[in-house]
Design a binder for this molecule. Structure first.
Ligand code: ADP
Ligand code: MG
Ligand code: MG
Length: 193
């Protein structure tokens, strides 16, 4: 994936989050404040408008800065800072090995910023297992990544707003885990599943 392909994949997330707004809103209504759909839509509409050129590193960094300034809520700084950190590792041509390395950084950044670990029912449950999927299967197929989000359904949330729901958070897929599926799948499409 060169810079042009990376940009196309990130711009494509505007359409994805326009389409998935109501799905993410519904999930966040169950175990949050109902704004995750709007947050992600706003974030990637801004990326589509403001990020238009540069090297892979520059594109990822601008994407992160844009997400930080346009997404309100917990997910903004987590996604935003992660894109900024991933930019450090990106090569001019991102192959599967390089993407796996970037996903390790994504994982480390969310762990550090969110003070989160696996099994707490957050985006981290998808992000932290995606590098493993990529290394094992050579790609990031939608069904494989979706399964990681589906696994959060039975978890009890202990981070973010969903943690207030305690046991009642069980039975709903975490909204951030679901948005992470779309982001990771888009990055994986670029390296040619
Ligand atoms: P807010 O909760 O502030 O309204 P969003 O609705 O945009 O923000 O994002 C909620 C998502 O953010 C959750 O579904 C969860 O995946 C993620 N999240 C919240 N807190 C944390 C945390 N400490 N670590 C990792 N992810 C988190
Ligand atoms: Mg919310
Ligand atoms: Mg909110």
């Amino acid at each position: 994936m060169d810079s042009e392909k990376l940009l196309a994949q990130l711009h494509g997330l505007k359409t994805v989050f326009d389409e998935k707004e109501s799905e993410l809103t519904a999930l966040d209504r169950e175990i949050g404040d109902g704004d995750h759909g709007v947050n992600m839509k706003r974030g990637f509409n801004a990326v589509n408008e403001k990020v238009s050129e540069g090297s892979t590193k520059e594109i990822l960094k601008q994407t992160g800065m844009t997400l930080m300034s346009s997404i309100g809520g917990a997910s903004g700084p987590l996604y935003g800072f992660s894109f900024v950190k991933m930019s450090d590792a990106a090569n001019d041509e991102i192959d599967a090995d390089n993407l796996a390395e970037m996903l390790d950084i994504f994982t480390g950044t969310v762990a550090e910023k969110g003070k989160v670990e696996g099994g707490e029912k957050t985006m981290y449950d998808v992000i932290s297992k995606s590098a493993g999927v990529l290394r094992e299967t050579g790609g990031l197929k939608m069904e494989d990544v979706q399964k990681l989000a589906d696994d959060t359904e039975d978890m009890i949330a202990t981070k973010g707003r969903a943690a207030y729901f305690k046991e009642k958070s069980k039975g709903t897929v975490d909204p951030g885990a679901q948005s992470a599926v779309y982001i990771i799948h888009a990055l994986g499409e670029g390296v040619g599943n």
